[in-house]
Ligand binder design. Structure first.
Ligand SMILES: NC(=O)C1=CN([C@@H]2O[C@H](COP(=O)(O)OP(=O)(O)OC[C@H]3O[C@@H](n4cnc5c(N)ncnc54)[C@H](O)[C@@H]3O)[C@@H](O)[C@H]2O)C=CC1
Ligand SMILES: O=C(CO)COP(=O)(O)O
Length: 336
């Protein structure tokens, strides 16, 4: 039977492992750092740190031994924070078997290098890009752990690999589509976290649906500008990994990025928000890498600029709003 190792027992790692276990076409083992979480998954079929009281598939097993998880795994699913992937993977690579496919669940861009997660995965592991896939889309982990219906995109440059991944994920509640536009799918996921921070700030400031829809729509326009300038197909961004994920994340109180922004917009200081955020809000750090990519390619990204200024340069939400609204008047464009 196909073996899948899910490396990371956080929110999305756990929920995605459960998707594959429910699909029933592969054996799934989750690697987690904390023995309490590993024991709870094995003994009580529950991850109390992230989804207390929620029943996981009893066939799902867990281990705190990375080598054991990776041994003879056909698919290695990477589900750690984007900024730690390089170090995590360096520790794991010697245990990854020869023909394994790497699958990134992550939605971030590496600080310093500005690399997408599939690029980091290829570089660190030596696994060729044809065997590196990415999963993205409107996938709030809690809803999926509750087995609510959802769709996603599985992208790989080598289409048959994406189809193999699709085959082990599909179930009555989870419908995966395939794609070959890895750049578009990954950037859609990374930039939507930045836009969700902006939407959260607007919500925290007390603004309603007009402001939120404006940020989502203009956020999509700047996502398209960046992604196309880096080689993506603009249609990808109109799909699940672009518009779909923007709508889900920017509209959901479950989103860590939106929640982070909301707290800042409601008057908490950045330090206070960071202190009470335990799960990964990728957009906070990735906003800087996204803006650096924009500078390199010449893509105009005013919402991302405002988010970086709020997250890293002490710009207040009120100042960010004033700067955004007083930009020069121009015709509406989707993309360039
Ligand atoms: N939670 C969600 O709804 C979704 C998350 N994602 C993406 O999945 C990726 C992982 O996110 P989550 O599982 O939600 O994050 P999380 O914060 O819930 O879990 C992160 C996991 O990584 C582990 N980890 C390993 N090395 C680590 C290190 N050096 N520092 C910190 N943690 C380390 C943690 O122990 C934890 O199990 C992110 O890129 C996120 O954008 C994508 C879709 C949905
Ligand atoms: O990526 C997500 C939904 O698709 C989850 O968003 P957050 O990381 O903001 O919770």
């Amino acid at each position: 039977m196909t073996k899948v190792a899910v490396m990371g027992s956080g929110s999305w790692g756990t929920a995605f492992a459960n998707v594959i276990a429910d699909a029933g076409a592969a054996e799934v083992v989750v690697y987690g750092r904390r023995s309490a979480v590993v024991d709870a998954i094995n003994q009580r079929h529950e991850n109390p740190a992230y989804f207390p009281g929620m029943a996981l598939n009893p066939a799902l097993t867990a281990t705190a031994d990375a080598a054991k998880a990776l041994a003879e795994a056909d698919f290695v699913v990477l589900a750690v924070p984007s900024q730690t992937l390089r170090d995590n993977l360096a520790a794991w690579r010697e245990h990854i078997s020869g023909e394994a496919v790497l699958v990134s669940l992550m939605k971030g861009v590496e600080l310093g290098t500005c690399r997408r997660m599939s690029e980091v995965a290829t570089e660190v592991s030596g696994v060729p890009a044809d065997r590196v896939a990415v999963v993205s889309g409107p996938n709030l982990a809690r809803e999926i752990a509750e087995r609510q219906p959802a769709t996603a995109v599985m992208a790989c440059r080598h289409e048959p690999t994406a189809v193999r991944l699709q085959d082990i994920c599909k179930s009555a509640y989870f419908r995966p589509y395939t794609a070959t536009d890895v750049v578009g799918v990954e950037l859609g996921g990374a930039v939507k976290n930045v836009i969700a921070l902006a939407v959260g700030v607007a919500v925290g400031m007390g603004f309603g649906d007009n402001a939120q829809a404006s940020l989502i729509t203009r956020g999509l326009a700047e996502t398209v500008r960046l992604a196309v300038s880096l080689g993506a197909d603009e249609h990808t961004l109109a799909g699940l990994a672009g518009l779909g994920d923007l709508v889900a994340t920017c509209g959901s109180p479950l989103s860590r990025n939106r929640t982070f922004g909301e707290k800042l917009g409601s008057g908490m200081t950045l330090e206070e928000v960071v202190a009470e955020t335990s799960q990964t809000a990728e957009g906070v750090k990735s906003s800087e890498s996204v803006l650096e990519l924009a500078r390199r390619t010449g893509a105009e990204m005013p919402i991302t600029e405002a988010v970086v200024a709020m997250m890293h340069h002490d710009l207040s939400p009120a100042e960010a709003l004033a700067a955004f609204m007083s930009r020069r008047s121009k015709p509406e464009r989707y993309g360039f």
